[in-house]
Write a protein that binds this ligand. Structure first.
Ligand code: 3SL
Length: 235
């Protein structure tokens, strides 16, 4: 039976051998939620960058550019990191490819590329991810983007939600990280939004007046799609 493990921070990735496994990269608030939303809104592909300058340079190739640093939209780009940037119609996105860089999420993607497959998870597509993983029948590592190397509640909660969806078809008991995430999920599942009000990143987003983003990002199964890394882009 395949297993699911959870890497609480990209800083811990050197402790994991991703070869032969599927990496589910998650940054609930907000990078992977925004990328899932972008693809659902008709963006054909997304190229994630670690560096702002590389991302900005993609405008010359016709890409929309999206960039966030410390929760704010960076200067000189088309979009920030709110999922509503792909929904509100201010910048038309359907049919446009996107180059994106964020503080933690895009870095976590690049650090996970040793895996057999890299997919992007969020509450918005958690059911689609669970179905995909069942078809793969490979061990899974959830890579939490965290915040600047630190543990964060929202990505760990996603790990618990995914493990709960995969049980009993996956082994969810051989990793203490997964057991902890499942316990956290049991505590929070009745009202994830209310639970996350105490989290550091929700406080950070509230201070930036991004109030509506958290309520959207905790919705489950809004989109039936699995963003996957293919030839240097996410499709
Ligand atoms: O760090 C990231 O990748 C972002 O998701 C952080 S923020 O939600 O845009 O502040």
């Amino acid at each position: 039976m395949p297993s699911i493990d959870i890497c609480f921070s990209p800083e811990l990735l050197p402790l994991f051998d991703l070869r032969g496994r599927v990496a589910v990269v998650v940054d609930v608030l907000r990078a992977t939620s925004s990328m899932v939303t972008a693809l659902a809104a008709g963006v054909p592909h997304i190229v994630p960058f670690a560096e702002l300058a590389e991302c900005r340079a993609m405008a010359a190739q016709g890409y929309l550019t999206a960039a966030e640093r410390d929760g704010r939209q960076a200067e000189g780009v088309d979009l920030g990191n709110s999922p509503f940037g792909y929904l509100d119609g201010v910048v038309p996105v359907a049919g446009r490819n996107v180059a994106i860089t964020t503080t933690n999420g895009t870095r976590a993607i690049h650090l996970s590329l040793a895996a057999d497959a890299v997919v992007l998870g969020a509450f918005l597509n958690v059911g689609a991810i669970a179905d995909f993983l069942r078809r793969q029948q490979k061990d899974v590592v959830v890579v939490c983007a965290g915040w600047k190397g630190n543990f964060c509640l929202e990505d760990t909660l996603f790990g618990g939600a995914l493990a709960a969806r995969l049980h009993p078809d996956f082994d969810v008991t051989s990793s203490d990280a997964t057991l902890a995430a499942l316990d956290l999920w049991e505590t929070a599942r009745a009202d994830v939004g209310a639970y996350l009000l105490k989290s550091a990143h929700v406080r950070r987003l509230n201070s930036l007046e991004s109030h509506q983003d958290m309520a959207f990002c905790v919705k489950q199964d809004e989109y039936d799609l699995v963003p996957i890394w293919q030839d240097g882009r996410i499709v």
